[in-house]
Design a protein around this ligand. Sequence first.
Ligand code: SAH
Length: 220
Amino acid sequence: MLHSYNEHKYRNRRQKLLTTLRNKGIKSEAVLKAIEAVPRHLFVDTAFADRAYEDSALPIDMKQTISQPYTVARQTELLDILPGEKVLEIGTGSGYQAAVLIAMGAQVYSIERHRLLYDRARAILHEAGLRIMMKCGDGTQGWNAYAPYDAIIVTAGAPVIPDALVSQLNDGGRLVIPVGDEHTQAMHRITRHGDEFREEIFDDFKFVPLIGKDGWQNGG
Ligand code: SAH
């Protein structure tokens, strides 16, 4: 897939997207570089490939969406990842955010509850030659077998912060999660310092719902 990274049309569009993200306030050069490296058009439905570098969310299957590039950039920036860190993602969806995390040099674990999306993302990531550990199931319970994680990112809107995710953070670990109602969610970051947890709250976003035991209950 490294070859398809060189497709000119998409590369030019990706450059423009980087300018948009900088203008919207993304400052981390590491994050911008990761976004520059990942061919988002491979993760969207072929019908939307032409819109892959617009700064907008796009539909994937099962009434879900691939997050807006700004959202991916902002969450990744808040995660503050160093190469080699272990990162857990809840909500694999298209696999795009996972690919961006891998491009940051992270060791990525990702959970998706819809089997169809799980299978598809798995195939795309494999074809791209990207190494990732994936699981199909309820991510609100985290993935205890590989805990603790240096960073945990939730890419669906949660009603509350699931305890399991907080408990699977490494010392110094960060959990970035949108929390709110069905309409808007504020981005929260919980940072673990020993037995202490610091909570920061950032801007509002709109995500598809996090559905599961410690999420919304009325899932399709
Ligand atoms: N990170 C994705 C965003 C996908 S949208 C991307 O880059 O494309 C959020 C995803 O979270 C959806 O695919 C949805 O099915 C999934 N999801 C919702 N609740 C979940 C849960 N409890 N565990 C795992 N995945 C969940």
